[in-house]
Design a binder for this molecule. Structure first.
Ligand SMILES: [Zn+2]
Length: 255
């Protein structure tokens, strides 16, 4: 299995700390040929450098590691996807506001052009008269600028929701996980409908990712009280810093 703690340390540097209490300090310190080395609180490697911080053991940094770190990486990948989607939706929605006046005219022109294009597209083996383009133009050519502004606003709002999901997931916030689970689940019927209308590999992949994301969020992150809910989540994340583990393993001097 990939050790994400090591990768994280490779990218961002080790986290070393000298506790004031000598009993704890002894557990994190080693003497090497290079001199004194301190155990990294994230990956557990001994680093032959002065500790980055020092102070009471209780104030030692508690880096995200192990299972919590793996989960944070998944949350952040999902956050990046949502940020890309949100940007695309916002761009479409805001563009709709600016071009709303010109769209009906443009669609009408395009509809008139379809019969003229018919012979050319027929040689390409594409029957434009009966294509999705002609059907779409039939359906949308009567659209009013007001309707376009309304649609644009709805699309931009959905883009804003996706950005909110992205921020919440990136920061690993509980509200972000709930928002993402609910919003993603709400979109799934629409995605299935879209897929029935027009199948594409991209849509299938996106749908599979979103279904997996909802299932993963609810079960792995224990939303809605599933698998013990937030209490079980906290208990499991008590697998915190190595220093905490070291403290728990402390042998009392009076024994
Ligand atoms: Zn490290």
């Amino acid at each position: 299995m990939i050790d994400w703690s090591l990768i994280s340390c490779g990218l961002r540097g080790h986290i070393t700390y000298r506790p004031e209490e000598s009993a704890y300090a002894d557990r994190l310190r080693a003497t090497t040929v290079a001199g004194e080395a301190w155990r990294c609180l994230r990956c557990g490697a001994y680093v032959a450098e002065e500790p980055a911080g020092s102070g009471p053991a209780d104030l030692a940094p508690t880096p995200t590691r192990g299972r919590a770190l793996r989960q944070l990486i998944i949350l952040r990948l999902l956050a990046v996807l949502r940020a890309i989607e949100g940007t695309a939706w916002l761009a479409v929605g805001i563009t709709a506001w600016f071009v709303s006046d010109r769209v009906p005219e443009f669609l009408a022109d395009l509809k008139q052009a379809v019969p003229a294009l018919e012979p050319a597209t027929r040689t390409l083996g594409w029957d434009i008269d009966r294509s999705w383009l002609a059907r779409g133009l039939d359906r949308w050519s009567e659209i009013s600028p007001d309707t376009i502004i309304l649609l644009g606003t709805a699309i931009a709002l959905l883009g804003a929701v996706k950005w909110a999901e992205a921020v919440g997931l990136w920061l690993g916030k509980r509200w972000g996980e709930y928002l993402a689970a609910v919003a993603t689940a709400a979109f799934i019927p629409l995605e299935v409908y879209e897929l029935i209308e027009h199948v594409s590999a991209f849509k299938i992949v996106l749908l599979l990712i979103n279904v997996a994301a909802v299932v993963w969020l609810v079960f792995a992150k224990r939303l809605f009280g599933v698998r013990g809910g937030i209490a079980a989540e906290r208990a499991e994340n008590e697998e915190v810093s190595l220093l905490t583990v070291e403290k728990a393993a402390e042998v009392r001097p009076d024994r």
